[in-house]
Design a protein. Structure first.
Length: 218
């Protein structure tokens, strides 16, 4: 199968300078984010991306490695707001960082990750080892970054977090609402309407529930 033709522009030149592995990861991610819902099988997704299995194996040791690389890419993308301000100084810092994190997560959970999870339901059922690798490279990393952020906020007296792991899982559960809804629908529905307001409301509620007395008085 031939690759999609690159646009003859500076944008095309920038794409051509990407590492081949990164280029494939981005192309497959775009295929997963199709507004009509990505097909559940890997072959259909690769076909939509413009890459064949032969193309994949020229850049990755296995197709499984590509799937894990996509999970790593998504985890890095979602975690960026937490990494940029890993140690908040005030409750407002924590609020704005978590809102930024929530918006990125909400967008991914309502687009690309819907297709990705559907694909994993098919591929992972046949390959338990792949499911474990994807979890460790993806969701586990996001939870770890959020847990570290919440722990830092607790250490500084900004938030009162008795169990950072539990609070991280609780917040991620709120943000995964569009993913849960989309997985129950065929095709997946976009959750764009009022998403920013819903994310802010969820974060505000979370902050209110764990803001320390000391930080509120400041």
């Amino acid at each position: 199968m031939t690759h999609p033709a690159q646009k003859p522009s500076r944008q095309g030149n920038a794409v051509s300078r990407l590492d081949p592995r990164a280029e494939i990861v981005l192309a497959v991610s775009e295929a997963l984010a199709n507004p009509n819902g990505a097909p559940a099988d890997l072959d259909s997704i690769l076909d939509r991306s413009g890459y064949s299995k032969e193309d994949i194996l020229s850049a990755f040791e296995s197709v499984d490695d590509l799937i894990v690389a996509i999970a790593e890419h998504k985890a890095s993308l979602i975690s960026q707001p937490l990494v940029r301000r890993a140690r908040p100084g005030t409750v407002d810092d924590a609020r704005e960082t978590l809102i930024a994190f929530g918006r990125v997560a909400w967008k991914e959970y309502s687009t690309t990750l819907v297709g990705f999870i559907r694909m994993m339901m098919t591929e992972g059922a046949r390959n338990p080892a792949l499911k474990k690798r994807v979890h460790e490279a993806g969701q586990a990393i996001v939870t770890l970054k959020l847990r570290k952020f919440l722990s830092a906020a607790n250490e500084r007296g900004i938030l009162s977090i008795s169990d950072a792991q539990l609070y991280a899982e609780q917040l991620l559960g709120l943000l995964r609402e569009p993913l849960y809804q989309a997985l129950m629908l065929t095709p997946a529905m976009r959750q764009d309407g009022g998403a920013a307001d819903r994310v802010r409301a969820s974060i505000e509620s979370f902050i209110h529930g764990c803001a320390s007395t000391r930080s509120i008085k400041r």
